[in-house]
Design a protein around this ligand. Structure first.
Ligand SMILES: Nc1nc2c(ncn2[C@@H]2O[C@H](COP(=O)(O)OP(=O)(O)OP(=O)(O)O)[C@@H](O)[C@H]2O)c(=O)[nH]1
Ligand SMILES: [Mg+2]
Length: 468
């Protein structure tokens, strides 16, 4: 369920196919601002429940500080949308054509887009106001600075993250992020495939070396090799030319989602753990942002009381994401912060509570004991809490991530792993190692520092990005 209460599911495959032919013409027409449109208009009946755009209504509502555009222009925009392929990026390109910066025109266009999608006016207003506030806080003025964030917010709010368009945008990002890992693996893999006429003992031996350089880890590399050999035997694969597809298929199986469905009694409590510097606090900010865009009421608790600056950092993130915030100041008892934040979440009917934790403590306190204590007090206050304990790992630390998983899993029991900083590291292979060794589902990956850079992890996409 997205941010908006009432929204037509308009981006369906059939509609995309029907409208695909006219995309180029419509986009060009919108960009040039021409009144007459070339090319056929897709057979869209306004009454059809799958109609990509409802009948165009004049835009009467203005943006935060703008005036309404002339009806003719609104009609023209509506026509351009109706003619275009129903994809978020295509529609956004039309809506933003001729808009370079934050301006009354931008708000008009956004309002028009949301009205075209039949988003109730008050909700459209709330979405736009929140976005305007965020732009001001981030001091972004140029469209190119915030286009990605806008598309991301719309995808989340409209429940369109699974849309092909968003997925290919993510795949591209993942591919770019994994470039260094790929360079390391792919080159050697290509050499291996070119220099062996058959998949034989020498082939497997050389493959093991390659896996080790990709930071998969010793034990997991041996496991992967065994799985590949078994698969090769079963499927009778001996031709190296088929090996890449074969490897991608095995990696996809290994990385397939194993996320268990849990019944959650609200507020859902999410405890975020990990050693210092891995990206816990920024991951909470990004997850909170996603939850907000999904229409949830979100509270963040500053359970990392090790540094006063950390609390301030989180307060800023919470404000940016439009979330509630609970803190008690530096050196407060983290378990007390968690307990009191949960009491607040229960009293004020929050949907979800994120609890940040420290990655290190003052020397005398044991981090794992502290985390266990937090879990205990949360469960005491609210049965079932924490519903999710997420370990954040930094991909650039390579095999250290394996030992961290082991230690945290033993101490607090992990439900999920978020792997950050996959962008620009050559050690991305460690994800495969963790999946093979611990079976804790990897739910999100971090591909950069921006809000939109934390994305759901998709094993098949990862395998594709790594191998091809
Ligand atoms: N490139 C990149 N940087 C990231 C990513 N995730 C987090 N970071 C950066 O990593 C740094 C540390 O992030 P924090 O969120 O403060 O890490 P933390 O685990 O809370 O750290 P402590 O509070 O000191 O334990 C920040 O500069 C983040 O911007 C990512 O996916 N990619
Ligand atoms: Mg932190």
């Amino acid at each position: 369920m997205g941010f908006f209460s009432r929204i037509k599911k308009i981006w369906t495959k059939e509609e995309q196919a029907a409208a695909a032919e006219t995309t180029a013409a419509a986009a060009t027409a919108a960009a040039s601002g021409a009144a007459a449109h070339a090319g056929p208009i897709p057979p869209v009946s306004p009454a059809s429940p799958l109609s990509p755009v409802p009948p165009v209504q004049p835009v009467t509502q203005s943006g935060p500080d703008g005036a309404a555009p002339p009806d003719a222009l609104a009609a023209e925009l509506g026509l351009a949308l109706r003619q275009a392929e129903p994809r978020l990026s295509v529609w956004l390109a039309i809506i933003l054509s001729g808009v370079d910066a934050v301006s009354p025109l931008l708000w008009e266009r956004l309002r028009f887009l949301l009205a075209s999608l039949e988003v109730p006016e008050a909700e459209a207003g709330a979405f736009i106001d929140a976005f305007a506030k965020w732009l001001a806080m981030m001091e972004y003025t140029e469209v190119e600075e915030f286009r990605g964030e806008l598309q991301y917010r719309l995808a989340l709010a409209l429940d369109l993250e699974d849309e092909e368009d968003e997925r290919s945008r993510l795949l591209l990002k993942l591919s770019q992020g994994l470039a260094k890992t790929k360079e390391l693996v792919a080159k050697r893999l290509d050499h291996l495939l070119a220099s062996h006429g058959a998949i034989d003992a020498a082939f497997w031996e050389e493959l093991e070396e390659i896996l080790l350089t990709a930071d998969i880890g010793h034990a997991p590399a041996a496991k992967l090799l065994e799985r590949l050999k078994t698969r090769a035997r079963k499927e009778g694969v001996v031709d190296p030319a088929r090996f890449k597809d074969f490897l991608a298929a095995e990696l996809t199986d290994i990385l397939a989602p194993k996320k268990a469905i849990k019944a959650v009694n609200p507020p859902e409590v999410v405890l975020v753990v990990g050693v210092n510097g891995v990206g816990k606090t920024t991951t909470i900010a990004k997850l909170a942002h996603r939850a907000r865009m999904g229409g949830k009421k979100v509270l963040i608790a500053a359970g990392d009381t090790f540094r006063a600056a950390a609390i301030e950092q989180l307060a800023i993130w919470a404000e940016r994401a439009g979330c509630g915030f609970y803190a008690k100041g530096a050196n407060a008892d983290p378990a007390a912060v968690a307990y009191e934040a949960l009491a607040l979440a229960l009293a004020e009917h929050y949907d979800i509570l994120f609890v940040d934790t420290a990655g290190r403590l003052h020397t005398k306190t044991n981090l794992m004991e502290e985390l266990k204590k937090i879990e205990r007090v949360l469960a005491k206050k609210h049965p079932g809490a924490p519903h999710r304990t997420i370990l954040v790992l930094d991909a650039t630390t390579g095999q250290n991530a394996l030992s961290q998983t082991k230690i945290f899993n033993q101490a607090v029991g992990l439900d999920e792993i978020v792997m950050t900083k996959l962008d620009g590291t050559a050690k991305g292979g460690v994800i495969v190692g963790i999946a093979l060794e611990y079976g804790v589902p990897i739910t999100f990956v971090g591909l950069g520092e921006k809000m939109e850079d934390l994305r759901p992890f998709n094993g098949a996409d990862f395998a594709r990005a790594l191998v091809n």
